[in-house]
Design a protein around this ligand. Structure first.
Ligand code: KG4
Ligand code: ZN
Length: 336
């Protein structure tokens, strides 16, 4: 079984061909980061225009690298939600055109389900059920992965996502966009106990997150220091921020696992590349005797392979779309 996966939900245009779900025959990613860097964040209209320019070339290369043609495919999978609407629409419409031209089934994939699937690529033996922490630029979720295609959200952020907190604090510290990776590098050289940062309390579900108070605390600290003509050590602040975010994500995930009886835990999403988060969750799982899975670093950010893999599982479960498939900017995993 060969499935083409297409991803265009944010600032990466990506395509990949997966064979029998987990064997990645090709993976092509065209990133727009350099262009959005100038503006300190993703400019949605620019993102849509670049997807429009790049999607055909990226897809052609993914097919060529895989040694496949449209005729060889069993289906065409595409990210339809959630994400920047104009960006998603480029991928969805392109995939529809390919499906129509080739007569192959169109397979809708939820972006977060795609991130979760990166663990199947990195760990050939991993199978549901398990509990997954998904932390990215737009999402922070604790998700019960009940099967390859059935999910239940047990924790979510009430405001900012963990990646957004990394990026906004990084920006205030003067790091370029996207800042998470720069905070990670600076944190290696800093003292994580240098600053005591807040662990915000969240009303409602005990497994929900809130990162806006932490973000505001860091930004205020930098502004106050600036006003007084003082400088704050970026390495120390990065290390303290990274440790705080890692502890918040790890504590809630482990508590959810205990409450729900999971002994198999996974990590996914762009923030899963963070060395502090990887170490904190893996150590917490080891202490409790839980099995722990995380994707290799090259699969943490947005890519086509995760859509091709999840698309394959959706296809096997009979999840396909007709010609009315639309892009959806916001869609909870509970609704798919
Ligand atoms: O999953 P992703 O590529 O896009 C979304 O679906 O949002 O995640 C991007 C996020 C950004 O916030 C980026 O700063 C963060 O992942 N990120 C990191 C690291 N690498 C990427 N955050 C902290 N440390 C990293 N090493
Ligand atoms: Zn993503």
């Amino acid at each position: 079984m060969l499935i083409l996966g297409i991803e265009s939900s944010c600032d990466e245009t990506a395509a990949s061909v997966a064979e029998d779900c987990r064997r990645i025959r090709s993976s092509v990613i065209s990133t727009q980061i350099e262009e959005h860097k100038k503006y300190g964040g993703v400019v949605p209209e620019i993102a849509s225009r670049r997807h429009c320019e790049n999607i055909l070339g990226v897809t052609k290369k993914a097919l060529d690298d895989a040694g496949a043609t449209l005729a060889d495919l069993d289906g065409i999978a595409v990210t339809y939600a959630p994400g920047l609407i104009g960006a998603l629409l480029v991928g969805v419409n392109f995939a529809k055109g390919l499906a129509m031209a080739s007569g192959k089934p169109l397979i809708p994939v939820h972006h977060i389900a795609g991130h979760i699937a990166t663990n199947y690529l990195s760990h050939p033996k991993l199978e549901p059920p398990y509990l997954c922490l998904v932390a990215s630029g737009g999402h922070s979720h604790i998700i019960e992965v009940l099967s390859y295609t059935k999910f239940r959200v047990v924790g979510r952020t009430h405001d900012d996502a963990a990646g957004e907190c990394f990026d906004k604090c990084a920006r205030a510290m003067g790091f370029p966009y996207p800042g998470g990776v720069h905070v990670d590098a600076a944190a290696q050289k800093g003292d994580p106990t240098a600053f005591k940062l807040p662990h915000p309390a969240v009303a409602g579900s005990e497994f929900d997150f809130s990162f806006s108070g932490l973000k505001t605390a860091v930004i205020n600290m930098l502004h106050h220091a600036d006003q007084k003509g003082e400088t704050i050590d970026r390495n120390d602040l990065s290390a303290s921020l990274q440790q705080t975010i890692s502890q918040i994500l790890t504590d809630k995930t482990v508590r959810a696992a205990e409450a729900l009886g999971y002994k198999k835990i996974a990590l996914a999403g762009g923030v899963s590349a963070n060395s502090g988060v990887r170490a904190a969750l893996s150590e917490a799982c080891e202490r409790r005797g839980y099995e722990f899975f995380m994707p290799e670093k090259s699969l943490c950010g947005d890519n086509g392979a995760m859509i091709a893999c999840q698309g394959s599982y959706n296809f096997l479960a009979g999840i396909t779309a007709d010609e009315s498939l639309n892009a959806v900017a916001t869609l909870s995993m509970d609704q798919i």
